[in-house]
Design a binder for this molecule. Structure first.
Ligand SMILES: Cc1cc2nc3c(=O)[nH]c(=O)nc-3n(C[C@H](O)[C@H](O)[C@H](O)COP(=O)(O)O)c2cc1C
Length: 222
């Protein structure tokens, strides 16, 4: 299912980040992402909403955590017998892809099929750098990507919006399923598009990084 890892570099092609700016016509300027502020957590306020708070401090990478995250990703990203997945997708296009960075095995896998192809080796530290060091410990990383033309073909420019909305649904499903599996998670929107694409092996493909979910065991409280 993955695009070839040895695709030619991006020379002559618009970079994933630039595609977004062209579509939205927004200037590629603004405050540095790394200065985004995270509000303080208010303990005890989510009794009715059963979602655990976002986690920014994870335990060490282990084979068990790799396996548990892989299972979560597979449940969410696999198709059922009718060809549907766990999350809604406009027109059933399912244009969002998920890649799992397994921090213990140091591999990128593409979940959701009857087997989980290994796409290549990865240095999890590069993912930490591309996400501006916002997360402590050694979570796995789910990198959600999409091919904008897949949606644009059917829905015109509105397809861009649908692609992002679908990525949000996938991320929420992953977060919920992580909770059921006893794992913790953090959705990450602030990252270096180019750095992330390079670290996961997506440069030169049509896949744009859209959203990241860090997932793993919570760090032991000291
Ligand atoms: C689109 C989006 C992007 C986010 N990006 C980041 C991020 O880059 N870094 C981070 O620490 N948290 C990020 N978050 C998590 C929010 O900061 C977090 O959900 C919020 O502080 C509320 O806390 P809670 O999830 O524990 O309820 C993001 C959340 C959303 C919905």
């Amino acid at each position: 299912m993955g695009e070839p890892r040895d695709a030619p570099p991006l020379s002559g092609r618009p970079s994933p980040a630039l595609v977004f700016h062209q579509l939205t016509q927004l200037p590629a300027t603004g405050p540095p992402l790394a200065t985004l502020r995270v509000p303080c957590q208010q303990p005890g306020r989510r009794e009715q909403v059963r979602r655990p708070a976002s986690c920014r401090s994870f335990g060490p990478a282990t084979p068990e955590v790799d396996a548990a995250v892989r299972a979560v990703a597979d449940v969410v990203l696999s198709r059922d017998r009718d060809g549907r997945k766990a999350y809604p997708s406009a027109g059933g296009l399912y244009a969002v892809r998920g890649y799992v960075v397994q921090s213990y095995a140091r591999l990128v896998t593409a979940p959701g099929g009857s087997h989980q192809p290994v796409l290549g080796a990865v240095d999890p530290e590069e993912i930490r750098t591309a996400t501006f060091g916002q997360v402590a410990g050694q979570p796995n990383w789910l990198v959600l990507t999409g091919s904008q033309p897949d949606y644009q073909e059917r829905y015109g420019l509105r397809g861009y919006r649908y692609l992002l909305l679908e990525a949000g649904h996938v991320a929420q499903c992953l977060i919920d399923e992580a909770g059921h599996a006893g794992l913790r998670a953090l959705p990450v929107g602030a990252f270096d598009d180019e750095g992330l694409a390079a670290a996961v092996g997506l440069r030169g493909t049509r896949q744009l990084p859209l959203y990241v979910v860090a997932m793993g065991a919570e760090a032991a409280r000291g």
